[in-house]
Ligand binder design. Structure first.
Ligand code: C5P
Length: 220
């Protein structure tokens, strides 16, 4: 089979990560979680006391941390300057601050470059998940998927993951982050014109995976 490049975009809580990992594992493709990269650079900025209300301060150090992503869908890894940050990047603090960092053009251009080189190096093909993969990072992807779900379904899934988190607070935080990601000037969260939209509200994870696997197989 020829290497296939799959872009999976959408807001949080649509099942993007679970779907992307499972599809990559099932089809023997590499996997890249681009949200983890933005979280990792945000973690580094918090760790180093950068003022995240100041985009100029963020831009000035955007190139500093070395971010390395493992692309095995069965055990995705991410390090910053050699430190494994898989755990720390999932904290509430990083989640609430990542949109301010990811909106800075200097951050986006360097992370985008990293993403393109990882995709180009994936010999058997890759599933890349994020917000702007189909529109900006890999506009020539073989297949573009845009996952959606109702805010209620997304909040329910997220609070399930966070084990007992308040569903209303989760819903508000999620809506706020999506609004920030969708309204930023540089490569906002958006559906590419040639993306296939899959509404996952009424689907099980297994059904979404099956749907995407079928679409990828049609491209191979
Ligand atoms: O997918 P995840 O929730 O881990 O993404 C975290 C954040 O990273 C998003 O809220 C967004 O601000 C940023 N992001 C982005 N572009 C991507 C992927 C993620 O701006 N391609």
């Amino acid at each position: 089979a020829k290497p296939v490049i799959v872009a999976i975009d959408g807001p949080s809580g649509t099942g993007k990560s679970s779907t992307s990992k499972a599809v990559a594992a099932q089809l023997g493709l590499s996997y890249l979680d681009t949200g983890a990269q933005y979280r990792a650079i945000t973690w580094w900025m918090v760790h180093n006391g950068i003022d995240l209300e100041d985009p100029t301060a963020i831009a000035a150090v955007a190139g500093k941390p070395e971010i390395v992503s493992g692309t095995d869908p069965d055990k995705p890894t991410i390090t910053v300057d050699g430190v494994d940050v898989s755990g720390p990047i999932r904290t509430q603090e990083v989640t609430s601050k990542v949109s301010a960092v990811s909106a800075v053009p200097e951050v986006r251009s360097r992370i985008t470059e990293l993403q393109r080189s990882i995709a180009a190096g994936a010999e058997d093909g890759i599933v890349v998940e994020g917000r702007d993969i189909g529109t900006t990072v890999l506009p020539d992807a073989d297949l573009k998927i845009f996952l959606t779900a109702s805010p209620e379904a997304r909040a329910a899934r997220r609070s399930g993951e966070l084990k007992g988190a308040d569903i209303h607070a989760t819903r508000e935080a999620l809506i706020k982050r999506d609004a920030a990601d969708s309204s930023r000037k540089t490569s906002p969260l958006a559906k590419a014109g040639d993306a296939v939209e899959v509404d996952t509200t009424e689907l099980t994870l297994a059904q979404v995976i099956e749907c995407v696997v079928t679409l990828v197989e049609e491209k191979r």
